[in-house]
Design a protein around this ligand. Structure first.
Ligand SMILES: C[S@@+](CC[C@H](N)C(=O)[O-])C[C@H]1O[C@@H](n2cnc3c(N)ncnc32)[C@H](O)[C@@H]1O
Length: 422
């Protein structure tokens, strides 16, 4: 289907989608509604918009990141609002869900995130090496381990997370990758290994380098890990760093087709990765972006440096310094001030006839209606608000906290404010 051209057609499409009941057949109890908001004069469309057909996302997305959205979210908007070859942008890229999905859909991409971990985790998935290339490189590195770090020079520093032999493997890899990037020799295989190892550092299963700890997008302090170990009577077992990297690499690529690989590489050849504050992305030309799909930093304070210290340590990044640059707003007024500047910048770079899909999620269990605050911000910058989508999806999942399994039911809700530039 060619891209929708204007807000009226967009609203007609959504109203029609809702009148058909959307994807209710697979979500049972989800609400379907179209309503006018008295507060904002904007139409709200509630449904389960990411249908069963769209639900199968590519395995290449499966890199964990704090507050990432599902690939089906950007897919929905990219499909509806852009054509092949259009530029899709994310100013808060995170793990890269928007730009990877856009690349898979044969769009051109621009990425930005103030946190350099974002590029480390997203860019390598545009230039995917074959598993045999990854295996060969890992073999080479570990066969020559001693040349990157002599065993006799190694002192374990993180015994609460890793078996000493595992930590040695991680340290060898760290030194190898630093050497390669410092000398400018790092290639797409090294970058892929860096991404996968960063993703495997800590987690709550045997697929990670560490002993059982929090899920991989969070890292506890050394002190907290000692307490977790005592509570669970656990000591770190040996994990084979190279084997786990290879296993994760295969999983990431498990449903990737040749056409996917070509699309990713084509998007990669013209992609731009910026590490700027989203309100000042001067490298992006005015009136060049067709669609932005993004989710901004939380309103709540996220202990960024504390959460990422291990990932930053592995990549020789200063977590404290990055933490200071990340937007952290403790009040709604501060958050709106920061986002106003981002909207001004988005309006500059968006083409006439272009769009922004701005996901605000559910804040404090729906107590704070961020969508109502975001609508005037976009309008102040010169956008028209085309509507708000509330995507609701029921789920049943097994949550496993401290080894106790529960079957939990709930609803995932995304609130997306959509803007149009005339
Ligand atoms: C909610 S996450 C985005 C997640 C993303 N949608 C995904 O699927 O992975 C918000 C991101 O904004 C980044 N960020 C925070 N403040 C920023 C700023 N001022 N400029 C650019 N990026 C920023 C954070 O590093 C984080 O990656």
């Amino acid at each position: 289907m060619p891209a929708i051209k204007n807000p009226d057609d967009f609203r007609r499409y959504l109203a029609d989608f809702c009148s058909r009941g959307g994807s209710r057949e697979d979500t049972g109890e989800c609400r379907t509604a179209v309503a006018d908001s008295r507060n904002t004069g904007v139409k709200y469309f509630t449904n389960s918009f990411w249908t069963a057909k769209q639900r199968q996302a590519s395995s290449i997305h499966e890199i964990s990141y704090r507050a990432c959205f599902k690939p089906q979210l950007p897919h929905f908007f990219i499909d509806l609002l852009t054509d092949e070859g259009d530029i899709v942008y994310d100013p808060f890229t995170g793990r890269g869900t928007t730009i990877i999905e856009a690349a898979l859909m044969n769009r051109r991409i621009i990425s930005n995130d103030i946190n350099p971990l974002s590029k480390i985790l997203s860019k390598p998935r545009l230039f995917v090496p074959r598993p045999d290339e990854i295996a060969g490189r890992l073999d080479e590195i570990f066969k020559n381990a001693d040349s990157y770090l002599k065993k006799s020079d190694f002192t374990p520093e993180l015994p609460m997370f890793y078996h000493p032999a595992t930590e040695y493997g991680i340290a060898v890899l760290m030194n190898y990758l630093k050497l390669r990037s410092d000398s400018g020799a790092a290639d797409n295989i090294d970058d892929w290994i860096r991404m996968t190892a960063t993703n495997r550092l800590t987690g709550h299963s045997k697929g990670f380098f560490s002993v059982y700890t929090l899920p991989p997008n969070q890292a506890v302090s050394m002190e907290s890990q000692i307490k977790i170990n005592q509570k669970r009577s656990q000591i770190p077992e040996y994990r084979d760093v190279a084997a786990l990297i290879l296993k994760k690499s295969r999983n990431l690529q498990k449903n990737l087709t040749d056409a996917d690989m070509e699309n990713l590489a084509a998007a990669g050849s013209s992609a731009r990765f910026l590490t700027r504050d989203a309100c000042d992305t001067r490298e992006i030309a005015s009136a060049s972006v067709k669609l932005t799909v993004t989710s901004p930093p939380f309103l709540n304070i996220v202990q960024y440096a504390a959460d990422n210290w291990l990932r930053c340590r592995f990549n020789s990044l200063n977590a404290e310094e990055i933490g200071e640059r990340i937007t952290m707003s403790s009040s709604l007024a501060d958050w709106c001030n920061a986002m106003q500047k981002v909207f001004d910048e988005l309006c500059r770079i968006t083409v006439n006839g272009g769009w922004v899909a701005f996901e605000v999620g559910e804040v404090r269990k729906g107590e704070v209606r961020l969508d109502e605050s975001v609508i005037p911000l976009g309008r102040n910058s010169g956008f028209e608000c085309a509507g708000v989508l509330i995507n609701e999806q029921n789920f049943t999942k097994t949550s496993n906290i401290w080894g106790i399994s529960n079957r939990k039911r709930g609803t995932n809700t995304n609130r997306i404010v959509v803007f149009y530039k005339k």
